[in-house]
Ligand binder design. Structure first.
Ligand code: G3I
Length: 371
């Protein structure tokens, strides 16, 4: 039985049910529009909504004043995440002194455009403010818990899903030996999730990592953690797969990997997708990721790590869907075509009340399944 069915916070279960109903409504709308108009959606957000999913982008608040940036964002995406503005160094530069300006600007914009907001990221070994890095033992634990409470509390009710913990595993499935792991021991990830759940019971709580784009030692390690968390009622609702890829990336077990986490009883989200390369090779990888997500009912959406190559963290690799002049690339059309081809089967979630949703075995065992 999944945690959501077993112990889900009433508010989160309501949120999940509302989200499911919304997804079903979006899917139905999409179906009606699709069936009635008999032509595909012509934006990423419109095409994604046909199957009750989101298609999002990582953004910087400082760029919202650029006309092309904002017009492309508003037209094409129905979810946003702060590329940097909600990280520890940006939100608590000095201990106990919180600065939310950038994140608030992103949330306000999203709400004005009917977009969801992903939260990124509450606890990470990188981009910690200087005052954190020298802390040890219980002082670091206190600082981490106070940070989670301050940031997740500030945005409570406004975040669809939080990357509670980011990049805590090594390639071989062992824990990254960060200051967090060394000073706090193995229990720190659980502590972070419990603190986030207390601060914002409505948000879905995700673990997020990279190089987990298939079944490998790293994704195995994360799988074992999620299995343990669910078995012990630790509040976790999703796993984020960053998917920083290249045009030659091997996607042979990508879908299978997403599916095994969904079968555990968590949602899966593609959280930071970008694909270095160009032309058909790049487009094929974007298409493969999109089709894998669409094939897994509990894959609730995809976020690309930026709008335009002009501002990508990957500099000259041209990894995004819009070029430096905001022109749609071959990869954009590959994604749009894949999204339009999806059956209007929305993402499934425990407690989902819609008829077209995913009902994992554990969901049926929970007695929630409608006969
Ligand atoms: O804010 C300072 C600014 O004051 C200073 O003038 C400027 C020049 O030094 O640096 C600015 O900080 C930069 C920050 O982005 C905000 O723009 C850092 O130098 C720069 O290293 C940082 O890069 C970000 C990187 O995370 C940090 O690790 C990238 O933009 C961001 O795309 C990237 O995103 C991460 C995800 O959060 C987690 N997954 C991996 C992904 C790629 O590394």
């Amino acid at each position: 039985m999944t945690r959501a069915a077993e112990q889900g916070h009433p508010r989160r279960r309501i949120r999940t049910a509302v989200a499911a109903l919304t997804s079903a409504a979006l899917a139905a709308t999409g179906m009606l529009a699709f069936a009635g108009s008999a032509h595909a959606a012509d934006t990423l957000r419109g095409a994604a909504e046909q199957s009750g999913r989101y298609y999002g982008a990582a953004i910087g608040p400082q760029l919202l004043g650029e006309a092309d940036y904002t017009s492309t964002l508003n037209a094409e995406f129905n979810s946003v995440v702060a590329e940097n503005a909600m990280k520890w160094d940006a939100t608590e530069p000095n201990r106990g002194q919180f600065t939310f300006g950038g994140g608030d600007q992103i949330v306000a914009h999203a709400q004005s455009q009917g977009m969801e907001v992903r939260g990124h990221t509450l606890v990470w070994h990188a981009q910690q403010p200087g005052w954190v890095q020298g802390l040890g033992g219980d002082d670091l634990r206190r600082a981490m818990l106070d940070h989670i409470d301050g940031v997740a509390g500030h945005y409570a009710g406004q975040i669809s899903s939080w990357d509670v913990v980011n990049e805590a595993f090594e390639w071989d499935g062992s824990r990254r030996q960060s200051n967090l792991q060394q000073q706090l021991g193995d229990g720190w990830i659980e502590e972070a999730f419990r603190a986030a759940d207390a601060a914002d019971p409505a948000a879905k709580l995700c673990y997020n990592d990279f190089s987990t784009d298939g079944i490998n030692a790293k994704s195995d390690g994360i799988y074992r953690m999620v299995e343990d968390f669910l078995a012990r009622g630790v509040p976790i609702d999703c796993v984020g797969f960053q998917s920083h890829l290249g045009q030659d990336s091997d996607l042979s077990t990508y879908q299978q990997n997403l599916q095994r986490f969904a079968d555990l009883g968590v949602d899966v989200e593609i959280t930071e997708l970008d694909v270095g390369g160009s032309g058909a090779a790049q487009a094929n990888v974007y298409r493969g990721v999109t089709e894998a997500c669409l094939a897994v009912s509990r894959c609730t959406g995809i976020t690309v790590w930026g709008i335009t190559d002009k501002y990508s963290w990957r500099g000259d690799e041209s990894p995004l869907l819009f070029d430096a002049n905001y022109q749609k690339k071959e990869a954009y059309y590959a994604v749009l075509e894949a999204l339009n081809g999806a059956a209007a089967e929305g993402p499934g979630q425990d407690g989902d009340l819609s008829a077209t949703s995913y009902h994992p075995a554990s969901w049926r065992e929970s007695g929630q399944a409608v006969s």
